[in-house]
Design a protein around this ligand. Sequence first.
Ligand SMILES: CC(=O)N[C@H]1[C@@H](OP(=O)(O)O)O[C@H](CO)[C@@H](O)[C@@H]1O
Ligand SMILES: [Mg+2]
Length: 550
Amino acid sequence: MAGLPLEAIKSFSDAHPKPSELHFQYGTAGFRTLGNTLDSVIFRVGILAGLRSKKMDGRTIGVMVTASHNPEQDNGVKLVDPRGEMLEASWEAHATVLANAPTTDALVEALEALVINAKIDLSKPSRVVYARDTRPSGPALISALEDGFKALGVEARDGGITTTPILHYLVKAINTKGSSESYGEDSEEGYYTKLSESFKKLISGRTKPSPLVIDCANGVGAHAAAKLSTYLGESLPMILENTATSTTGTLNDSCGADYVKTMQRLPPNLVNVMKPGQRACSLDGDADRLMYYYLDERGLFHMLDGDKIAALVAAFIVELVKLAGLDSEVKVGVVQTAYANGASTKYLAERLPVKCVPTGVKHLHHAAENYNIGVYFEANGHGTVIFSPKTQEKLAQHEPSTPAQSTALNHLINLTQLINQTVGDALSDMLLVEVVLAHKSYSGVEWNSLYADLPNRLVKVVVSDRNSFKTEDAERRLVNPPGLQAKIDELVQRYEAGRSFVRPSGTEDVVRVYAEAAVKAQADELAFRVAGLVYDEAGGDASKRPKEFL
Ligand SMILES: CC(=O)N[C@H]1[C@@H](OP(=O)(O)O)O[C@H](CO)[C@@H](O)[C@@H]1O
Ligand SMILES: [Mg+2]
């Protein structure tokens, strides 16, 4: 039986020592921290990805080096499973164990244990495709990753500098190549061709969209949007902004989807670009999140977040399913998290099934798989639509009885091509939004008026141990610390349309407090009261209590 190539692993590992003082964790978004501390982690991820591929019978695994919307000095890495999905949860724990082995010998021991425990057949081939975003720490980390591949003898394909969703696309395209389920040609060109061709079909005969301003967050989305634009030509005029990918310090700085969602305002450098009535969107640093917004006739800013995208898209798909005569057979459902605006949940729940799941895309994706067509979006703009394999077959085989049914059916089939079903994809989602706006003849104003957002506020509370906060009911209720939920309930019922919940963050060392209420001042007040409760309950130092907490 084949064994691990111990000599190679040892000599490469000695060149990538683990910093002794650091502990790493594969969390919601993979490993993510300061880029210059990640050398050993990324080297080990190279080996892990190879082993994961062997475990999956030699199917290709993806590795993406990015820290998404985080500041430029951060970096990170996440693994992509063969169907283009996030790494299976049990392997997140293996990743954490490997990353924390203190020495080369300990790493070898951990690898040997993993091979036995996960029953990995080392004689299988291992194949990986990898890519990175535009961060300055990227090239050095990629070379550590490549050392990991060399140590194990992985057949590795370099996807270059590209977006997270394109890497997910490549993984799925490679693994379905030549099969009846082929996801598309396994190249970036294949991706742009698939998206642009389906987009052109979907908007043919519609009024040409007015130019769309795209804030590329000074990240890799700038490259991708520029390439996509050459494929789309006149079908979608784009004005690309924040495209300075090689200027240090600009990535995600006062721009990008996370900035817009958190600050609820325009990136400052778009103030002079945007005209009244103009529609725009922001991508994040790895182009998997999307925020839309527009200026009204008076020049006021209005944000159209992930919840608004879900409402727009879900209503459109439900309508098409009905027009195609498939409403008795194809059920559309929506998945949200507790952060979804209460007004969006109400709007959606009046029209179709809505499920609430814990934060993190993998929870949303899995829940969406239970519907024939599942629409999921986090309020922050990460999301997609997935069509079950049976539904895709049904669409392909359905015999429409009228020309109207046939048109709607074709639209649905084209949507299955336009949408990157592997993961949230800012560019694919952007084209999807543009299709719906064109079909409905909506400007930002009509889209925004589907429902009115409830005013809301998100507050971070620094506590000594966020892990002492335990939740249930899709994170909407606290079970620990004991008694705190009852106090929150008591507060909430004093506010009109009040809602508030508290949960520990999975990506930052804080507890998050969310509150909404009928008017903005009340939402703020509720959030700061709950934050005060949390701070005091968690034994926060009275002298350092943030002054805005009530
Ligand atoms: C309130 C919020 O936006 N939380 C984000 C954030 O998770 P936290 O566990 O709340 O830190 O990062 C996740 C990964 O990017 C994202 O999935 C999630 O929506
Ligand atoms: Mg991202």
